[in-house]
Write a protein that binds this ligand. Structure first.
Ligand code: BMA
Length: 909
């Protein structure tokens, strides 16, 4: 292979965190070993070039040995890949400069997973953990001239199975995933992305490979492996300090000097220190000049995200030996768990910079089965989409991967708060010494890598493992329970929690999600009911109960998971399927559904309120069905989220003060039905457009209780508002409201939910022409003295399937890129208008309704979006009469949008 040797004396050196750059006076060399390697299987029948970073599946596909692994049933057809062992080989030539260095390290930023590394035929070391960086001292093994580096990778499936067999004393459940997932067994025995053996939204692709960079690092005196910093605020002295941690690898003991400075804050400090041989960690604290005004980092919607440059310089005998610069963002975070007036239990909310903040957002899963295919653009598009939907938080879920540096850098910049799980999910785990050892190393490394990011506001030990134990998911006999609880406490409390607390004094560690938090601790870390709405966070799913009925939802302190499935749009499915797959009852449709009864549940839920598609044309019926699942999902998640948001200021029957709504799930790993609001490829589902409204900073929410209509004004703003509710009553037939009602002006304090309108539905209808529950519906908005505040919302008085008086709107939409030619006109069915194609930065749409009225709307979109964000339903060209209910929605949304002529967001209701 071609070698890229870089001299790092005065040259930029990017640490593996990617956040920092280091300049060094000593001649430090980095030789990248990334690029083209050779890959072979165990019997040598396959020999191919393979890109590093990369994985076996990607290499096989790139070389044409396999087709798209996501196509049709290929996840099952390509099972053989991960049942084989594979070897990566590269050769490189040693430069004269490198061979004279005192120390040479062979560094792997990520090996997936069970690897044996050899250099020139001599064993160098083994790897067992995908989440660890490994380095090996190899100076003595390097030769002049050509060197051969080999990494043998064991089948993760066979390895996990061997580990399971060796664990004879008791079962560590679950043994295997449910059949519907078509996955592999014993993933809890291998420190690897847990969902890579299949999940209820994802395929089984147990990857193998060198998924991050490989290089040689050579130096004479020392090198900085990791620099991290956490800002801490001292209330008593009203002073900031920044705790800086250096992980240094030194060749021999040396005395040195270290200078930390943040010039913009007029703060600098110098320390005398020792560099000890080998890897050592040292902490230094720089006090911030109290005369300087520190600008704070705020979550999206609450302020800016300013940062400062921290410079770290190391000297030996007055010579500069290294210098590095990093970003420091200042913010405080607290998780408040204290008694609540009028409610048993404890509060559970985050305070950032002293301000209570309602967390609005979703849950993040791996973006791709093959991590090497996750591009910066894909990450940016997803995170920008989160912000565009008014989210301020994401939970990086514990069954995936610790995300790459860029993910957290973007979150820092966009003000997205991250709830960071450790990678353990829905299982019990072994606690043998080796396992605990590798987990401890993983935790140390990940916390050191990530703790400088202000976006991370909390560490959390695992996904649902406390709940799994407490509610006995795995039928553990009562007599054996203490053993499992002991293992649980040993792993998450005695080890992970302890390590996290040693490594990061600035954040809280929650042991699980969901959990009762402080109460779980009181109960020995496994609460009797971790779903208790009076404590901590809750995951809540119910697919059968009517999602339009808010009474079915628990009024939790913090909803960290809830959601409903939907299908992606046809244009997303089409490239991975063929004609015979395009029906709801096809093998393909059931193959892609990994959640037991999922397809059936979606239809049953949709049927509660909508006519189900019954077009005679099978393709049309299929695409209408995909569509109706998205309408159902959007409306369900809207109802539930609005319930949580309006519960922030109330305690009802001892429950409430909800301060977080993170729906499950933001993104998709492949083209399949799931809980996501964004399809694989980046296209927004209808839910994501809904989220943009239901997460708006100021939002009106309506609900009924005992036939009385309530409207709440919700505000996440810091300032108080004076608002009134304006309610428009429409008949399903007409474009003009039958009547309009105004509430009086009421004070809506910043950060609150206040009832602003209350009227029995019967009274409301009686005063409004001939309206009945079946013939009329409501839209409503909030207004201050001069203008509307927040989006317009809607409230149905009956299921759309029962509505009377609907007419087909015959809307035609023409779309064209600015300056381009008009695309073919398409008759767009249903409530599709918000999701028209945005293939370019700026697009012009002309819309024509049946009456012949014509309107032009200019849409401004960021270039990040690119061509991925096209209509979720562009294929809905001609909705059948059977789905008239969705036409009706469209009619209403259309009239609203016409009324707001030049406004860019066309409403769907
Ligand atoms: C929760 C998550 C995931 C899962 C989702 C949907 O339990 O933590 O494990 O994918 O629900 O079932």
């Amino acid at each position: 292979m071609l070698l890229h040797v870089r001299l790092s004396g005065w040259a930029c050196w990017c640490l593996f965190s990617g956040v920092f750059s280091v300049f060094s006076l000593q001649q430090r060399l980095t030789v990248s070993l990334n690029g083209k390697w050779r890959l072979s299987n165990s019997n040598g029948s396959l020999l191919l070039p393979a890109q590093v970073p990369g994985c076996v599946h990607s290499a096989l596909q790139q070389q044409g040995y396999i087709t798209d692994p996501y196509f049709r049933f290929n996840d099952v057809s390509y099972r053989w890949i991960a049942l084989d062992n594979w070897t990566y080989t590269t050769t490189f030539t040693l430069s004269a400069e490198l061979s004279v260095k005192q120390k040479v390290l062979l560094v792997f930023d990520g090996v997936d997973t069970v690897g044996s590394i050899s250099l020139n035929g001599i064993a160098v070391g083994k790897t067992y953990n995908m989440f660890c960086r490994y380095d090996f001292s190899v100076k003595d093994l390097l030769k002049d001239g050509e060197n051969v580096l080999q990494v043998g990778l064991l089948s993760p499936i066979l390895y996990a199975s061997e580990q399971r067999k060796a664990h004879t004393s008791y079962v560590v459940p679950p043994e295997c995933p449910p059949d519907v997932q078509k996955g592999e067994c014993h993933v809890n025995f291998i420190r690897k992305e847990q969902s890579s053996f299949s999940w209820d939204w994802g395929p089984s692709f147990p990857t193998m490979g060198l998924w991050k960079g490989v290089r040689l690092e050579a130096f004479d005196i020392l090198q900085l492996i990791q620099v991290s910093s956490v800002p801490l605020y001292n209330d008593a002295f009203s002073q900031w300090r920044v705790q800086v941690e250096l992980l240094i690898d030194a060749v021999q003991t040396a005395r040195g000097q270290l200078t930390l400075s943040i010039p913009e804050l007029d703060s600098e400090q110098t320390f005398q220190t020792h560099f000890n041989p080998g890897k050592t960690k040292s902490n230094f604290t720089i006090l911030i000049n109290t005369a300087s005004q520190v600008k704070l980092w705020w979550p999206n919607g609450h302020g800016e995200q300013p940062f400062y440059r921290l410079t770290i310089r190391g000297f030996q005998d007055e010579f500069l030996i290294f210098s590095t610069e990093s970003k420091v963002y200042f913010r405080t975070v607290e998780l408040i768990q204290e008694p609540v007036v009028g409610s048993p239990g404890l509060s559970f909310y985050f305070r950032i910079n002293g301000k209570p903040i309602f967390l609005k957002g979703s849950n993040w899963i791996p973006v791709h089965s093959f991590q090497d295919q996750v591009t910066p653009d894909v990450l940016k598009n997803l995170l920008q989409s989160a912000v565009d939907a008014n989210m301020n938080a994401l939970r990086v879920w514990g069954g995936g991967v610790y995300e790459q540096d860029l993910f957290y850098e973007i979150c820092d910049e966009l003000g997205i708060m991250v709830w960071q799980d450790f990678m353990f999910a829905c299982a019990m785990y072994p606690t043998e010494t080796d396992f605990i050892q590798t987990v401890r190393e993983e935790v140390v490394q990940q916390v050191q890598r990530l703790k400088s990011h202000p976006s991370i506001i909390i560490w959390s030990g695992n996904n649902e493992n406390e709940a799994a134990l407490a509610t006995d998911w795995f039928d553990i006999p009562a007599s054996q329970r203490p053993k499992y609880i002991r293992d649980y406490v040993m792993l998450y409390v005695d080890n992970i929690k302890k390590v996290v607390q040693e490594e990061d004094p600035s954040r809280l560690f929650l042991v699980s999600s969901p959990t009762n938090g402080a109460e779980s601790e009181q109960e020995g870390w496994v609460a009797e009911n971790p779903y208790d709405p009076h404590y901590g966070d809750v995951h809540f799913y119910s697919y059968i109960l009517d999602c339009w009925d808010w009474r079915t939802f628990p009024r939790t302190r913090f909803a960290s998971e809830y959601g409903f499935q939907s299908w992606p749009s046809f244009s997303t499915l089409q490239p991975v399927s063929i004609k015979e797959d395009w029906s709801y009852g096809s093998n393909f449709t059931s193959h892609r559904q990994h959640h037991e009864d999922g397809n059936q549940q979606m239809i049953l839920q949709a049927a509660l309120h909508f006519h189900l598609p019954n077009a005679t044309d099978p393709l049309k019926r299929f695409t209408d069905t995909l569509y109706i699942t998205q309408v159902m999902q959007a409306q369900c998640v809207k109802t539930q989220t609005e319930f949580y948001r309006r519960s922030r200021s109330e305690i009802i029957e001892g429950e409430g003060h909800t301060m977080g709504a993170l729906y499950w799930q933001l993104n998709d790993i492949w083209q399949a039905p799931s809980w996501s609001s964004i399809e694989f490829g980046g296209k927004w589902k209808m839910l994501h457009y809904f989220a943009q409204s239901f997460f708006a900073a100021v939002l009106p929410v309506a609900f009924e209780e005992d036939d009385t209509l309530f409207i709440y004004a919700i505000s996440d703003l810091s300032r108080d508002l004076k608002l009134r509710a304006v309610v428009n009553v429409f008949s399903w037939t007409e474009l003009d409201p039958v009547c309009t009602l105004n509430s009086s002006m009421l004070l809506v304090p910043g950060g609150s939910a206040v009832a602003v309108f209350k009227q029995p539905v019967a009274t409301l209808l009686a005063g409004c022409g001939n309206c009945t529950r079946l013939t009329c519906l409501l839209t409503f908005q909030l207004e201050d003295d001069s203008s509307q505040q927040g989006p317009t919302n809607h409230h149905f008085l009956c299921s759309p399937k029962d509505a009377q008086g609907l007419r087909r709107p015959n809307i035609t939409v023409f779309g064209a890129a600015t300056g381009g030619s008009w695309a073919d006109p398409a008759l767009v069915g249903g409530c599709v208008l918000p999701v028209l194609s945005f293939n370019t930065k700026e697009e012009e749409l002309a819309m024509r309704v049946a009456s012949g009225e014509e309107h032009s709307v200019r849409q401004q979109r960021t270039s990040l979006r690119g061509s991925v964000k096209t209509s979720a339903f562009e294929e809905q060209e001609d909705m059948s009469e059977s789905s008239t209910s969705t036409w009706r929605c469209c009619l209403i949304s259309w009239q609203t949008s016409l009324r707001r002529a030049a406004q860019t967001d066309v409403l769907f209701i």
